[in-house]
Design a protein around this ligand. Structure first.
Ligand SMILES: *Cc1c(COP(=O)(O)O)cnc(C)c1O
Length: 360
């Protein structure tokens, strides 16, 4: 009898932006495995759930009228970002469009630019890893279709100055997109300005399958107005519905149902608790690393980066810790909901052991 494969546990995972799904989300995902929201006239139940998902996501993202927000459950942040670029490109009057993205922008924008044949203009950051406004203003011209701000960067968890970026975009008749793929379920509990409620942004990425605690594949694309989604629609001759705005055709209903179940179970108090706990853990780890003499990038959201000698990093990986590095080779620990204080204490004990043996 072939042995059944079992997935690895999360107990050593410090590098991932995914986490253990909420039990209700796992159940819902299993129930809806064999449904296809890509064909909404046939799979009506999951299609109704998707409208609910969009409304809940729009509530999280502080849309002034969540029931009126446009959007859908994507395969992830990558698809949402590609689609935001595509919508802007389809709506621009420029024949040679460009997209302005901070250097901290996720690599999905590189994919978008390549796929859609738009020029990607990356702009430098300020001293605290956020988009530099002067550099952004200098990069924007009459061919700019979209300006992107990141709310929760992948490497340092930083939040770009979203209202200012949005103003620069709109002054140039460009659209403004916010990438809150990871940060979207943390930022409602902070003072940051990042959402539809904080600035007249046009579209936003927020992923239930990251801090939203839904099983993958569940990303989210939201738009302030239906016109953004309409710009993505193509005709679908053989389906019962006449058009489709998504990038994928057949999609997993598991993503949609899991996202709704997670948000109904956790919004807002469950997410607030998870965010507070994650932030306290990040601050604890940052202090522990700093006490030991390592240079730490002060965490703003629950993501800690610190300079560790190469040998120490390698030794920790060999001990079994799943850790990753920033482009500047810093250790990067993402304090997701599955990351407990006990895990971090065990990690620091191992660090003391392997780091200590280096000195001896
Ligand atoms: C994770 C992430 C993405 C990509 O999302 P996927 O779900 O992996 O496709 C995009 N942007 C940011 C800021 C992210 O953290």
């Amino acid at each position: 009898m072939p042995q059944q494969a079992t997935p690895q546990s999360f107990d050593h995972v410090l590098s991932s932006m995914c986490t253990e799904p909420h039990p209700a989300a796992r159940d819902a995902a299993e129930r809806f495995l064999a449904s296809n929201p890509g064909d909404p006239a046939t799979y009506e139940t999951v299609s109704e759930l998707e409208s609910r998902a969009v409304e809940l996501l729009a509530t999280v993202a502080e849309h002034p009228d969540p029931g009126d927000a446009a959007g859908y459950v994507t395969s992830g942040g990558t698809e949402a970002n590609v689609q935001a670029v595509r919508a802007a490109r389809n709506r621009t009057e420029s024949s040679d469009p460009n997209v302005v993205v901070p250097e901290s922008g996720h690599f999905s924008f590189t994919k978008a630019a390549e796929l859609l044949d738009v020029e990607l203009r990356t702009v430098p950051l300020d001293g605290d890893f956020r988009a530099n406004l002067d550099a952004t203003a200098a990069a924007i011209d009459e061919d700019t279709a979209l300006v992107v701000g990141v709310a929760g960067t992948t490497e340092y968890g930083r939040v770009d100055p979203i209202p200012e970026l949005c103003e620069l975009a709109h002054q140039a008749d460009a659209y403004c997109h916010v990438d809150a793929a990871w940060g979207g379920f943390l930022l409602p509990f902070t003072d940051h300005a990042w959402s539809f409620g904080d600035a007249p942004i046009d579209s936003l990425t927020v992923d239930p399958h990251k801090f939203g605690q839904a099983p993958a594949p569940a990303g989210g694309l939201l738009a302030r107005e239906q016109a953004t989604l309409d710009a993505l629609a193509i005709e679908t001759p053989y389906l019962e519905t006449r058009s489709q705005a998504t990038l994928t055709g057949t999609r997993s209903g598991a993503g949609v149902a899991g996202a709704v179940a997670a948000m109904e179970a956790l919004w807002p108090e469950g997410y607030r608790k998870a965010a507070d706990r994650a932030m306290a853990n990040a601050e604890w780890l940052a202090a522990a690393l700093s006490d030991r003499g390592y240079a730490v990038v002060d965490p703003d959201l629950p993501l800690v980066a610190a300079q560790l000698p190469e040998e120490t990093f390698t030794a920790l990986r060999e001990t079994g810790w799943k850790i990753s590095r920033t482009a500047s080779d810093e250790l990067r620990v993402v304090c997701m909901p599955h990351v407990t204080r006990e895990m971090l204490q065990a990690f620091v004990r191992d660090l003391d052991r392997v780091g200590g043996s280096e000195d001896a």
